[in-house]
Structures are given as C-alpha cells and as structure tokens.
Design a protein around this ligand. Structure first.
Ligand code: AHR
Length: 509
C-alpha cells in the first residue's frame, strides 16, 4: 500500500440519473475490414458462420451485451443506396467506396444481413440514412420497407425478399457529418434538410422512430444551437417534434496533428499524457453541447448522442491507409475508462455513445487477422466488459476532495484519478482508473447510506502502457482478480497500481 490516499464519499442510498445502456453503443461502417472480414465472411467461408456472419465475433460481442449497433456509416452512409443491398446477392449492383480505400463494394452485406447480425448479437439496430446523396423518397421507402406491417409497395418488396414480419427499428440517423463528408453543408442548410428527411421518416404502426440529427464536430456549439432552434424557442413548453428527437456530435481523441496522429503502440510518456488530456476534454465538450441544449430544452427531452468517439492513430505499417486499422494498447483502454466515467456524470443529457468502431477499425473491440483468421480481444474490449454492470443502473455521485493528484503536461493539467459508481437494485459497481504512468494511489471509499457484502474486484493493467494483445499473446492485457481491496471502518480501500483500471462490485447488505 502507498502513502497517497484519496478519500471519496459515495452515498449508496442517493441515486442520480440512470446511465442509459446505449452509452455503451457500437458502430460498424463499410470501412476496411470492419464489415467484410470482420463481421461478415460470406457463407462459403471455412470459419464458423451463419449465412456469412462470423460466429466467433458474435460470441465475443454477446459477452458485452452491446445495446446498439450503428450502421452503415459514418461517411459511407451518405453514399449508400439501400436498394442496392437487397435481393439475390448475385444481382446486387456494385459501387465504389470512395471514402474508404476506393475499393469496390459488392453490396453482399445489406439490410437483411445487418438485421440478422443484430438479431444474433441481441442488439438494437441504429441505422444512419443517406441525406448527402440520397433522396427523401429513398429514406422514406427504407423506413417503410423495414417497419411497416400489412400491405404496401415496400412491404411487398420486403416479403419478396424473404422477410414477412416488419422489424422493430428505434434509432434512425439523419445523415452523418453533414458539415463534411455528408454533404459539406452549412448548419442552416443541414437543419432544413434534416427537418424534411426527418418528417418523411414516418412512424409506421406502433414502430416509433427516435430520429437523431447529424451533429457537430468537437466544439462546434453553433451547429448544435442551429439544430436546437429547429424545435422553436419553446422553453418550458417543449413539445416533442416529429422530425428530430436527438442531436449528435462526434469527437475523436487525436493527440497529434491530423497528418501524423502518432503510432498506436510506439509512444512515449509525453504522448501518453497528451492523449489522456485529449480524452478528458470530452467532458468539456459534453458540457458545452448540453449547455446550448438547455437553453432550448430545459427539461432535457432532446437527447445528446456522441455517435462516434475513440482514439484515432496512424494505420498499422503496411496496411491500407484507407482502412483505418490500428492496434490497441493499455493506453486505449484508459482512454475508454475515462470516457465512461465522464459519460456517467452526464447521464441526464447524454443518452447514447458509439465507439468507433467495433471490429478492425480505429479503437476496436476485436481485431481479426486477415491471414490466420485469429481473433484478438483488445484492452478496450475488456473495459466494456468490466463496466457492463453500469448499463441502465442509477448513477451514484462520487464526491472527491479538491486538489486531486494531477500531472502537468505539455497540453494541460490531467487529474490522474478518475472514478464513477452506479447501483442497480442491490448491486453496486465502482470503476476506478489511475492514469498516472508511474505512481500508485489508494482510493478510500467512504460509503454512506449502506454497506457492501460479497465484494469482488478485477484489475486491467500491464507492465507497460504500450502492451497490447496479438494472436501469439492474446492475453497480455486482460482482466484478473484484484486482491488489494480491504475493508475499512467506513467502506473500502482500493489500491490502484500505476496505469490501471479497476472495478469493484458488491451487494448492498
Ligand atoms: O469512423 C471513421 C469516420 O470518422 C466516419 O466515417 C466519419 O463519420 C468520421 O469522420
């Protein structure tokens, strides 16, 4: 045990906003080897699959209880024409994926394959419609095809393609990054388009869409304000609008300049701290967008959605620059754990977040080897798994003293201890991160309003921040039981080694 002890007060009987499970959402774009080679290998593959969907990937993701999967993009969404991806595979037209590697897309993974994937994963679909290069009719028809019951032109087409029953779809994206790859629009232009496309994305029968407007990049609060103005200045008299229920924004952790983002596995201590400062910055961004939304929607009826987040490094040497394939180290895991603590604190407004992306792209959960077909779970995967007890749990406020340990870095001050807590019925879960590269710390949890029984703890750490998992060493960074949690008079003392992520679970006695 060390001398540095941080007290933290947690009232177990005073619960805050519920942590929406959709904060643990995912994202699968037609990009590199995310869909093709990641989720989907085709029915002829020698890998175990169901109609081409890779079963080892499904099994690994089922263990995360992933709440939703966003598809088909990203930038790809605004050049995707869904009708090209239905019907017999041999008859589906091809296209060029101009955003990602200029490769040919054969449309073998389309609407039916995506919905089958969601069913296998036990997850909710989040479909991003095409505003950039699609028509209002195209989007309207897609919703009808997916969700309408009874008889109609699109229902007949769906049935002809083998699906009798409509699917249930809640999350519906109105384009993506409209300020850039989604059409290079101004906020005013996009707001008008979103209103139109959102209007004709109809609720069929009892299927109620939750329409998510494509939002800002980073700190573009003016974009959010322009979208919120669409609701009218209703203040307390907020009434739900039929065209938009949520506003999104995107933020990636990119510590280096865009042209040279840095290497995923080769980095020094300055790079590490710069990364963590950038990761923690998401707190300021969520606060900023929430503040703007509060001006127009003080009752927080409109959701804020961060539907792309995560680290973005230079691609692995020798891989296609358009495929965004990167390794994933303990540093990435700590970026994820810090994001989740921040998300939990903003559970009153932030209703969904989607890491980019689930397999083989950017900050992935799973990396598949194109040659051996081996599958590796990344350190980030383990953070999602260790934190899944927070899904739909009530947040618990954690009060920390002023003057927390911090590191002065070239790009700002970093608080090196991060934690959050939640309670679901009698189950309590704490997540604690020590971001300091060298110094261990103890956190003394002063638990009020109850006591915990059956306490169990796990730790994710490694010898070096650069450690990562490969097919030859798949468990270099993997969770293990953590023994250094001791009972105190008022709660628990948790030892956090340098650069570690720890969860502590217990049952209210
Ligand atoms: O996730 C990769 C890309 O990042 C997405 O396609 C786009 O929306 C963002 O710029």
């Amino acid at each position: 045990m060390t001398d540095l002890v941080i007290p933290a007060i947690v009232n177990l009987d005073v619960t805050g906003p519920v942590i929406n499970r959709h904060l643990y959402g995912h994202f699968a774009e037609h990009l590199g080897r995310c869909v093709y080679g990641g989720f989907y290998v085709g029915a002829d593959s020698d890998l175990p699959n169901v109609d081409g969907i890779r079963l080892d990937v499904v099994e690994a993701l089922r263990a995360l209880n992933i709440p939703n999967l966003r598809w088909p993009g990203g930038c790809f969404a605004d050049e995707y024409h869904w009708m090209d991806g239905i019907g017999p595979k041999g008859e589906r037209p091809s296209m060029v994926n101009t955003h990602w590697g200029n490769v040919e897309e054969n449309n073998h993974f389309g609407t039916h394959e995506f919905m089958a994937l969601c069913e296998l994963l036990g997850t909710e679909p989040y479909i991003s419609g095409n505003i950039g290069s699609g028509t209002v009719k195209e989007m309207s028809d897609w919703v009808e095809y997916l969700t309408r019951d009874g008889d109609s032109p699109m229902v007949r087409l769906r049935k002809a393609n083998g699906r009798e029953e409509p699917w249930k779809i809640r999350y519906w994206g109105l384009g993506n990054e409209a300020w850039g790859c989604g059409g290079n629009m101004s906020a005013q232009q996009y707001a008008a388009e979103a209103r139109r496309y959102g209007t004709y994305s109809r609720d069929h029968g009892d299927n109620k869409l939750y329409r998510i407007a494509a939002g800002a990049s980073d700190a573009d609060y003016a974009w959010t304000e322009t979208l919120m103005k669409q609701l009218g200045d209703l203040g307390c008299a907020y009434r739900p609008q039929p065209f938009m229920q949520a506003v999104s924004f995107h933020y990636y952790t990119v510590p280096g300049p865009w042209q040279d983002k840095g290497d995923a596995t080769v980095f020094d201590i300055d790079d590490y701290y710069r990364t963590m400062v950038k990761a923690a910055y998401v707190d300021e961004l969520i606060t900023g967008h929430s503040n703007v939304m509060d001006c127009y929607d003080s009752h927080k009826n409109v959701g804020l959605v961060l539907d792309e987040w995560g680290t973005w490094w230079n691609v692995e040497p020798g891989t296609n620059p358009g495929f965004l394939y990167q390794q994933n180290t303990l540093r990435d895991a700590l970026v994820a754990s810090v994001h989740f603590d921040i998300f939990h604190r903003h559970a009153d407004r932030l209703v969904m977040a989607n890491i980019a992306q689930t397999v083989n792209v950017l900050q992935a959960m799973i990396l598949t080897d194109p040659d051996s077909k081996a599958l590796v779970l990344t350190p980030t995967y383990h953070v999602f798994e260790m934190n899944k007890g927070h899904h739909d749990a009530a947040s618990l406020r954690v009060d920390l003293p002023a003057g927390l340990p911090a590191r002065e870095t070239g790009s700002g001050t970093l608080s090196t201890v991060s934690l959050s807590a939640s309670r679901k019925d009698a189950q309590v879960l704490f997540s604690l991160s020590n971001l300091d590269a060298d110094q261990p710390v103890d956190v003394e949890l002063d638990l009020r309003g109850g006591a915990l029984a059956d306490v169990r703890s796990r730790i994710l750490t490694a010898g070096k921040l650069q450690d990562h998992n490969t097919p030859d060493a798949p468990a270099s960074v993997a969770p293990r039981a953590h023994e250094q949690v001791t009972a105190t008079v008022s709660g628990l003392r948790v030892h956090l080694p340098a650069h570690s992520f720890v969860t502590v679970e217990g049952r209210l006695a």
